[in-house]
Design a protein around this ligand. Structure first.
Ligand code: FDA
Length: 292
């Protein structure tokens, strides 16, 4: 039986590329501290009057202005919603995104800038932005608050988990199941929502049901999120084997493979077939992956 919320208020894709909702920027705040090479931003948008009722785990599309070729608009880029359903303002009139400015060097050695992410990161308060969606019917919280939640993320993959955590502890007020967050960043400067720029997630660390395990890949004690998962094996494997859990992984594609290897080896050590277990867990909506 599926464990996710059955009711999605807006049944997806309310706004389409040809008829997007034009939102206004209320805030554009840098989340990576001074000195970090990465420019990652918290973008607060006014969606008042849109009729959009998103829930945690959904995404919005952004259509950057301009054309990719004559007569063709830019393609929609998806961004995970980083706020809980009532929004950061608490009155259902806003939505937040967590966006990394994409800059890379192409094969000719020329610096390239991602179309949508640079457009978003350069927005000023009062500017307009075209939104599509909301989309996503799978990466959702269970309705039963006694389910243990396991969240794994790197980088901007933290966005839906900010939304989950704010919803369960702040909007909903209580979650009886355990919440375990495994988060990887380069250094503390890039630890989104858990550093001196913003402590939106850090503020819940003292909650008795919440534990966060951070891995800094360029810190003094260099570690990856996989290392933290391995260290927490006893509790994690008990939760997963026991079946009362919902697992979420968001962010870098490569992470999915590493995590699969870990669970395959844990299952094998117990004489179990991870592929078989996974099939059931996916059917029940307990195994949720959103990588990009
Ligand atoms: P644009 O599309 O113009 O360029 C990116 C392309 O450049 C890549 O496809 C690749 O071909 C190339 N490229 C990028 N880096 C490269 C490198 N180092 N070397 C060589 N080539 C490179 N993003 C985010 O910041 N926050 C979020 O919450 C989410 N959430 C999310 C959810 C889902 C479901 C999806 C599918 C995707 C996201 N993304 C995201 C990613 C986002 O949709 C988008 O892909 C990025 O912001 C890049 O878009 P641009 O238009 O800026 O780059």
């Amino acid at each position: 039986m599926k464990i996710v919320e059955k009711v999605i208020p807006t049944p997806g894709n309310q706004y389409k590329p040809k008829v997007p909702f034009v939102a206004t920027v209320l805030e554009n705040r840098r989340l990576t501290t001074e000195g970090s090479v990465d420019d990652i931003r918290h973008i607060l948008l006014n969606i008042e009057g849109s009729g959009i009722e998103y829930i945690e785990g959904q995404s919005l599309g952004v259509v950057a202005p301009g054309e990719r070729e004559p007569g063709k608009n830019h393609r929609v880029r998806l961004y995970s919603i980083a706020s809980a359903r009532k929004g950061d303002k608490g009155d259902c009139t806003s939505v937040s995104l967590c966006v990394k400015r994409v800059i890379y060097t192409d094969e000719k050695g020329t610096e390239q800038r991602g179309v949508a992410s640079n457009f978003i990161c350069d927005l000023n308060v009062g500017d307009q932005i075209q939104l599509t969606g909301p989309t996503g019917r799978r990466f959702l919280l269970p309705s039963d608050g006694s389910v243990n939640l396991i969240m794994v993320a790197v980088g901007t993959g933290i966005a839906p988990f900010r939304s989950f955590i704010q919803h369960v502890y702040h909007e909903r007020g209580q979650w009886d199941g355990k919440i375990r967050l495994f988060y990887g960043a380069k250094t503390g400067m890039e630890s989104l929502y858990m550093n001196e720029e913003s402590n939106d997630i850090g503020q819940y660390f003292t909650n008795s049901t919440f534990e966060a395990y951070q891995a800094l890949s360029q810190g003094d004690e260099k570690a990856y999120v996989q290392d933290r998962i391995l260290e927490a094996k006893e509790e994690l494997w008990q939760m997963v084997k026991g079946g009362n859990f919902s697992f979420y992984l968001c962010g870098m594609k490569a992470l999915e493979h590493s995590v699969k290897e870990i669970f395959t080896s844990w299952a094998k050590a117990d004489g179990l077939d991870w592929e078989e277990m996974l099939k059931n867990y996916k059917e029940e909506g307990r195994w949720n992956i959103e990588v990009y």
